[in-house]
Design a protein around this ligand. Sequence first.
Ligand code: KE4
Length: 435
Amino acid sequence: MSSPQRDEHDRSVELFARAVELIPGGVNSPVRAFRGVGGTPRFIRSAKGATMTDVDGRTYIDYVGSWGPMILGHADEEVLDALREALSRGTSYGAPTELEIEIAEEIIDAVPSIKMVRMVNSGTEATMSAIRLARGVTGRNKLIKFEGCYHGHGDSFLVKAGSGVATLGLPDSPGVPASVAQNTITVSYNDAVALEQTFDEHGADIAAVIIEPVVGNMGCVPPQEGYLQRVREITTKHNALLIFDEVMTGFRLARGGAQELYNVTPDITTLGKIIGGGLPVGAYGASREIMNNIAPAGNVYQAGTLSGNPLAMTAGLTTLKRLRQPSVYEQLERAGQRLCDGLSKAAREAGVETVINRVGSMWTTFFTSEAVTDWTSAAKSNRALFGNFFHAMLNEGVYLAPSQFEAGFIGLAHTDEFLDRTVEAAGKAFEAAKN
Ligand code: KE4
């Protein structure tokens, strides 16, 4: 791994100049553009285990992990071997395969609330399909989401959304018809009273509540004690469906996701990221009664050319099988605690006010002095200071998510050596960020 040097990234600068002429913002997903932190995004040439190497030959300890999927680490040998074997038999058939049964069995075994599952190609497809299903099943139109939560770029979700929408400060995206946006009601996260009041007013029209059970997209914000249980009670009382968007938390926080960790059972679960092992994937699942409404078993239509494709299923199934061991989540918990204790100490010693929210192996360092429990408190963070810290860490060879409103991810390849080097880098970066 190259030692930290002057911030040399000429090749990334050159490539970015070309990219912006050909691709909107030079990227194929907004949050990659470094708009939240300034500067030039690093173009990555390769990755292995806990590290990525950019086109200028600089290697970083990576805490983005492709925004969550790379829980085993990059270029895991078992995943690559399985993909090589699958590749020798072709890349896509557009016909059913045994693999799709196997990954369905694996997901259903891991997440007891899912008795039937449909594979799609992204988290956005999963959440779009889940709300269409909820509307189809209930005959109702309104949807409740939470301010600062992000569920992909489906029209219904781009209302006070998190992730890149929050990073770019986009109020609500142009192009979403008022007729669609008016069916989305936004409530503040961790406020059960506000949710109850909304149901008192609109209850009979509300098809579903969709929630990140542990939020990653305003930065990491855990549910307060009893909150998810209240959300469950309120939705049940009003016969609305509860959708846990576990695209990020699924197989991340526990093998059964946040619903296992907090012991709350949703009606529909959406998944993505980890279940594809780094290849394009999404999924949504529920009881047989609910899922049998999906075509061709039922009338709620949803389809996809590459849904369940053999390569993503191969990478995903290989990954999920490795996550069957409970020791995996014990290791991730220990790593998360070691890293975040170190970061907190480093910030304190540098005299920088931070609040670190963590659940298992996902965390966010908020540059603020008050608790971060919802979007309002998250938005008070000092984004400029975060940006300084981000670039100082990048120069120290640590690659964080380029936004205050994103979570970081620790994987099984982050050994204590990598974690301790990260803490050491942070000590310097907090000092540098202040100046
Ligand atoms: P995709 O369509 O990006 O696969 O998934 C959308 C999605 C749905 N639900 C949750 C809880 C999510 O976190 C996401 C996507 N997460 C972002 C990271 N905050 C993906 C990164 C990006 O947009 O490039």
